[in-house]
Design a binder for this molecule. Structure first.
Ligand code: UD1
Length: 433
């Protein structure tokens, strides 16, 4: 398994370009299932989850060309026939977002077999709300041998009120409803920018959708959808991670090619902590020269502070004076980075859903272990200010969602390198966030 070796202490300076949003690219690739024509996507990030989705679609009979060379960051997908509408456990277990194919498969083929995702590193992540919504649309769903089997001649429009806000649940049912018979009205929907991005692609494919990006989405089902071309929005979580990298290292860093409006909760909090954020067009420049002052965060659905930025913010809070309370409201058990940060010298206490960080503490290098995607990012951030050389193990978690993070950081002055294992072991488990 690859490791990162990172020597802390260098203020980051320069410009980092942001890649396309993984969490938008994944549902957009799944949307290709809805038509036999070609879907061409641009600004696809070169991360492991995308390769996993390529494998998933290909295993069902889709033709997927994932661009390399000149066509880098592009994909062309054609689901002319889906000979095998099954999402196998071997693939689903490595990427929870695989459940995004459930709705499109039933809508297009009238049947789907999708392996149930198990528990995972950041708490149980059920898909009961996907199932409930599809049942309301007339799907018959049974469960056996760890698989969900869903059947419906043609889905029919329904009124769905989500018991809880779910991002991929909103996306899954929105895709299913595009080909349903009649109107679907969905309430209490996720308002994340990735939902709106998917709706933009679906609309380009001929779907009739109103209200994406608000909590009420109305979809008029159509008989068929056609091919389309779409550019994926920039990754707001990657951008937020690099903003904190600039801030924590006491640097002067510009994050370019992002959508600042998607990052308001993060930039406001950074300013509260004492980091200067200047927004100009699609760039955000962060500068942190003086002292940082601790501030509380509480994760919420968009437009609140994202749970996917909680671990990274906690690394920053260890470098701020005073007490910062970090409350995680979206996922249970999303504090696995805490014990590793503590091993580096942080003063953090967890009580239920709240972690109390007391700063500022000097961090010192240690051998640490990445446990999930965003937790790994927080360890990289902590290592940027730690004294000495930090070794971060299991960086395959980071590769799931960050494109060449070590190259991007090295480009702005970080002393980070990747080393491979002399005796590579099988990469195991899971896919959080
Ligand atoms: C998506 C993001 C992930 C982010 C998360 C919350 C993708 C691919 N992943 O994950 O990066 O951390 O949103 O912003 O877009 N829940 C249920 N039943 C369900 C579905 C969800 O109880 O059927 C619960 C979950 O356990 C969790 C909460 O709802 O507590 C939110 O989960 P959800 O928004 O569905 O997360 P994902 O879509 O999996």
């Amino acid at each position: 398994m690859d490791k990162f070796i990172l020597r802390g202490g260098n203020p980051l300076q320069g410009t980092i370009r942001i890649s396309g949003a993984k969490n938008s690219a994944l549902p957009c690739m799944a949307a290709a299932i809805l038509t036999e024509e070609e879907i061409a996507l641009e600004n696809i990030p070169d991360v492991r989850d995308i390769e996993t989705e390529r494998k998933l679609l290909a295993s069902m009979g889709a033709e997927v060309e994932l661009g390399y060379g000149r066509a880098h960051h592009r994909t062309r997908i054609r689901c002319a026939s889906l000979s095998d509408p099954v999402a196998r456990y071997e693939i689903v277990k490595t990427m929870r977002a695989s459940s995004l194919v459930l709705g499109p498969l039933i809508a297009r083929t009238g049947m789907a077999r999708v392996a149930m995702p198990g528990g995972c590193a950041i708490g149980g992540r059920p898909i009961d709300l996907h199932i409930k919504g599809l049942q309301a649309m007339g799907a018959e769903i049974t469960q056996a041998h760890g698989y969900l089997e869903a059947r419906a001649k043609r889905l029919k429009g329904a009124e769905i009120v989500f018991d809880k806000i779910t991002v991929t649940g909103t996306e899954d049912l929105m895709m299913a409803a595009t080909l349903a018979d009649g109107e679907t009205l969905m309430e209490n929907c996720a308002r994340e920018p990735e939902v709106s991005d998917l709706a933009a692609l679906l609309t380009a494919m001929g779907a009739k959708i109103e209200g994406a990006g608000t909590s009420t989405i109305r979809i008029q089902g159509v008989e068929r959808l056609h091919g389309a071309r779409h550019r994926i929005i920039p990754d707001r979580i990657e951008a937020g991670t690099f903003l904190i990298a600039g801030a924590i290292s006491g640097g002067d860093l510009t994050v370019a090619g992002c959508k600042p409006a998607h990052l308001t909760a993060v930039t406001r909090k950074l300013e509260e902590v004492g980091v200067r954020c200047e927004i100009a067009g699609d760039t955000i420049r962060v500068r942190s020269e003086g002292k940082l002052q601790g501030a509380d965060i509480s994760t919420e659905e968009y437009p609140g502070f994202p749970t996917d930025m909680q671990a990274q913010y906690m690394a920053l809070a260890t470098q701020a004076d005073g007490v910062s309370q970090v409350t995680e409201n979206i996922f249970e058990n999303r504090f696995m980075h805490v014990q590793e940060l503590v091993r580096m010298g942080a003063n953090i206490r967890v009580d239920g859903r709240t972690a109390t960080v007391r700063g500022k503490t000097e961090l010192s290098s240690a051998a640490v272990m990445a446990s999930d995607l965003r937790a790994s990012a927080s360890l990289v951030l902590a290592a940027l200010v730690a004294q000495g050389e930090t070794i971060i193990d299991r960086v395959y978690h980071i590769d799931r969602g960050y494109e060449r993070i070590e190259d991007k950081l090295r480009g702005v002055g970080a002393k980070i390198r990747r080393i491979g294992d002399v005796f590579p072991q099988k990469q195991t488990d899971e896919g959080a966030a």
